[in-house]
Design a binder for this molecule. Sequence first.
Ligand code: NB4
Ligand code: NI
Length: 185
Amino acid sequence: MITMKNIIRDGKTTLRQEAKKLTFPLSQEERQLGHDMMTFLENSQDPEIAAKYHLRAGVGLAAPQVNVSLQMASVLVPGPEDKKILFKDTLVNPVIISHSVQGAALAEGEGCLSVDENVPGYVVRHDRITLRYYDLDGKQHKIRLKNYPAIVCQHEIDHLHGILFYDHINDKQPFSMKDEDLIIE
Ligand code: NB4
Ligand code: NI
């Protein structure tokens, strides 16, 4: 079971490396990693389990965060009031093949399970993306995402390229954004 002990923190080299592409079929170990990352997200979003194991809540987790330098990330985005699921899958070799010019940022800023400090500021990303990825079974997906799920996937894909959310924050004016940029509540 993945817990906070397995999640490496800012300063470790893996977080700044370009992760390696996977080849199919995945090994049993690689598939297991995908399942374990998704289970971490489910556990972290369950108040009882999260309290018991001291898990910080997460909507995404990328393999480099558990010190595995491979292009794999799990995403579990619940809808408003945690009702239905907006997006749930483990992304293998994900690529953003096109995106809107329109930018968007989460109103609350971003946090990262690998960054213990709070870094305030808007992280302006693409509001809409077309994403190509493979799932753990090797099935190819090409999907369009917008708003919150699109932001989460971009945060995870950044991890696969050694980028952390605060790299995008303007340290002189952390809450500056273009008039056209969308703020997602
Ligand atoms: C990834 C996110 C940071 C910004 C937005 C948000 C949370 C993370 C990091 C975009 C992606 C993890 C992976 C949350 C959270 C809302 C949904 C459902 C019920 C609690 C949960 C809380 F926990 N970020 N944390 N940070 N990361 N929303 N929610 N709620 O997930 O570092 O690379 O359970
Ligand atoms: Ni993160």
